[in-house]
Design a protein around this ligand. Structure first.
Ligand code: OGA
Ligand code: MN
Length: 215
């Protein structure tokens, strides 16, 4: 059972304010050590167990009849998080994300109505080529977020997230356990090749209800 919500010494309000400010000024915000290590381990183990039971699917590109799997573009496997998942850690994170969504609506007038998220595993050797999460066929994604679930990530394990900023500069985020990255979904980014299995919880805040994003 999770005890404290995220990092006890930082109030949720301060974290939300930091994220809102980062999104407004830079288009992204990195919060390192946001999740306690015990949460990271629990969620990583949950993802591992579900994957071993065959619950994950190959991630694809596009929606409905445009959907294709192409490992030369993205090689991760995913499991969509549903409301009936009985994992307390996921429930806490869902509440955190929904509170963040409401905070961003209040402070940045974003009109975000829902969110969707999936667990992702990048097997050794896989990557996700440069792309944006908000694209012609799905313009409903406005804010992307990723919680990294690799308790013992170290240099050389790869799988860094590289974000391409509009001014031509780049920023690289290490997928270290407990880090949360939030960024505007129109920013192009890529996942560099993972040299060890890479775990994350990735999601999007939407301007519509989830489940109708193909409209
Ligand atoms: C994605 C994605 C980034 C990451 O799933 O669309 O870009 O760091 N993920 O996992
Ligand atoms: Mn992406």
């Amino acid at each position: 059972m999770p005890t404290a919500l995220l990092v006890p010494e930082i109030s949720q309000e301060d974290t939300f304010e930091k994220i809102a400010t980062g999104l407004a000024s830079d288009g992204y915000c990195v919060c390192t050590s946001l999740l306690p290590e015990s949460w990271v381990i629990n969620l990583r183990n949950f993802a591992k167990q579900e994957r071993n039971q065959g619950a994950f699917q190959n991630a694809g590109i596009g929606k409905l009849h445009h959907f294709t799997v192409d490992k030369n573009i993205r090689g991760d496997t995913i499991l969509w998080v549903e409301d009936d998942f009985s994992n307390d850690y996921l429930n806490h994170i869902s509440k955190f994300i929904d509170d963040l969504r409401l905070y961003l609506n209040r402070t940045c007038y974003l009109g975000l109505r829902d969110y969707e998220m999936h667990l992702a595993v990048y097997p050794t050797g896989s990557f996700y080529k440069r792309h944006a999460d908000r694209f012609k066929l799905n313009a409903h994604r406005h804010i992307s977020f990723v919680f990294y679930l690799n308790p013992d990530w170290r240099e050389g394990d790869g799988g860094e997230l590289k974000i391409y900023l509009p001014d031509g500069s780049e920023t690289t985020v290490k997928p270290e356990g407990g880090t949360l990255i939030v960024f505007r979904s129109e920013l192009e980014h890529e996942v560099l090749q993972a040299n060890a299995a890479r775990y994350s919880l990735t999601g999007w805040m939407l301007d519509t209800e989830k489940g109708v994003t193909f409209l």
